[in-house]
Design a protein around this ligand. Structure first.
Ligand code: F3S
Length: 415
């Protein structure tokens, strides 16, 4: 690794122990990935804020960074934490676990991070511009920011994200470089007129298929409607990152690096062309439906964190109906949306219906020892993908309407 004089001073401890430790880690990472030098980045999204995800090692690392005098030197937003700060007791989080979460939150704050506590920082965070070099962690956010906004980040994870924030540097490699952002496989929606693009659940399903078909290559999707919204792309990004670890996709005439076919493939030809048919959609739905249906324990939406417009739509569909006794209905969102919901009265409407709106957190990052969810219903491809392994629950996947129906009747049938 070739370091500048300033970077050598950072490595040698001129700027303190935290910077030296971060620089050591980043230069080793750079060597591992074959990067020749480091490059500056102008913002970071920290993923290592969930105690469940990083564990004791992550807590120790973050507190050590604080003890060593570490401070972020670029704006650093934060991912969801392992508890709702205000209501964790109500949600049966064990006190010892909540305390570990509190310590990690505190360490992130003492590093100087911004308490966004959201996995959708591209909606309500510090949003970068097209082409900006950044270092983001959290798979759905990486995929969205690279693909939909066109900022540039590699896949960063716990520890590397803090090192980037403390030094303002990352290895120059991967998706930071134009040549590595070229589309590789063309995935064509077969007969788009037959697809129900008014059904929100179509988008995570397309994402799930895209991840599966891409097989580690950069996909270019053809045939998505002009009416595709950021909320649709949020669901698609998260599902593609879950099924295929996709960190960048292009959608012809929709995402900014793919306004033309030539731009998406940087003048080259695709390595492979495949079609996404209605049958593929059916198969993806079946593989996300691990439950046969029956009595519902939990309905959950907001993975990634729900936007204001998604919650507004939920309120319209609920239309004053009540959640059936014995069913939990949880919406995950961030503190910004939560505040807006409070101010517009939508939070009261949901609460009168029995829907609970969680702030700053993600249920998959909780200690769930005090809950038993045998069957859950969700509109999230990502949640449906991970819940069976993490929560031990069976899942029925569907759109917001299906979620509401399941919550109100207490029963669900798989599609
Ligand atoms: Fe966010 Fe948790 Fe889903 S971090 S993307 S709500 S799994």
């Amino acid at each position: 690794m070739r370091l500048t004089d300033e970077e050598k001073r950072m490595l040698d401890g001129k700027y303190g122990k935290a910077v030296a430790m971060a620089m050591t880690i980043l230069s080793k990472l750079g060597e591992l990935y074959g990067a020749e030098e480091l490059m500056p980045i102008s913002q970071v999204h920290l993923d290592g804020c969930s105690f469940k995800a990083v564990g004791e090692a992550g807590l120790e690392f973050t507190e050590k960074m604080v003890d060593y005098g570490g401070k972020v030197c670029v704006p650093a937003t934060t991912n969801p934490i392992s508890r709702d700060m205000k209501r964790w007791r109500e949600f049966r989080i064990p006190p010892a676990f909540a305390e570990k979460s509190r310590r990690l939150e505190d360490a992130c704050m003492r590093l100087g991070a911004v308490p966004t506590w959201t996995c959708a920082p591209y909606l309500y965070g510090i949003v970068p511009r097209f082409g900006q070099q950044i270092a983001w962690a959290e798979s759905n956010a990486i995929n969205f920011v690279n693909s939909v906004i066109g900022a540039r980040t590699a896949r960063y994870g716990d520890f590397a994200d803090i090192c980037a924030a403390v030094t303002g540097r990352v290895p120059k490699f991967s998706l930071h470089l134009t040549e590595n952002r070229r589309g590789e496989v063309l995935l064509k929606i077969k007969n788009p007129r037959l697809f129900d693009f008014n059904d929100d659940s179509t988008y995570p399903l397309i994402g799930y298929i895209v991840g599966d078909m891409a097989q580690g290559r950069i996909p270019v999707i053809e045939g998505m409607p002009e009416s595709t919204t950021p909320d649709h792309l949020k669901g698609l990004s998260a599902a593609a990152a879950s099924s295929g670890n996709v960190a960048l996709f292009h959608i012809l005439e929709i995402t900014p690096e793919a306004f033309t076919y030539e731009a998406a493939f940087q003048g080259k030809q695709p390595l492979l062309i495949q079609e996404i048919s209605e049958e593929e959609i059916l198969k993806a739905r079946q593989s996300l439906n691990t439950g046969e249906g029956g009595q519902v324990d939990l309905v959950i939406i907001g993975c990634p964190h729900a936007s204001y417009s998604e919650v507004e739509k939920l309120v319209q569909i609920m239309n004053g109906k009540k959640v059936r006794k014995g069913v939990e209905f949880w919406v995950q969102t961030n503190r910004t949306v939560h505040r807006w919901l409070e101010q517009t009265g939508l939070l009261d409407a949901l609460s009168a219906s029995g829907v609970k709106v969680l702030e700053d957190t993600c249920v998959l990052n909780w200690a769930l020892d005090n809950w038993q969810f045998r069957l859950l219903v969700t509109n999230s491809g990502k949640f449906a993908h991970y819940a069976p392994g993490i929560m031990g629950s069976r899942v029925v996947f569907g759109g917001i309407e299906k979620c509401v129906e399941a919550a109100v009747t207490g029963e669900v049938r798989r599609a």
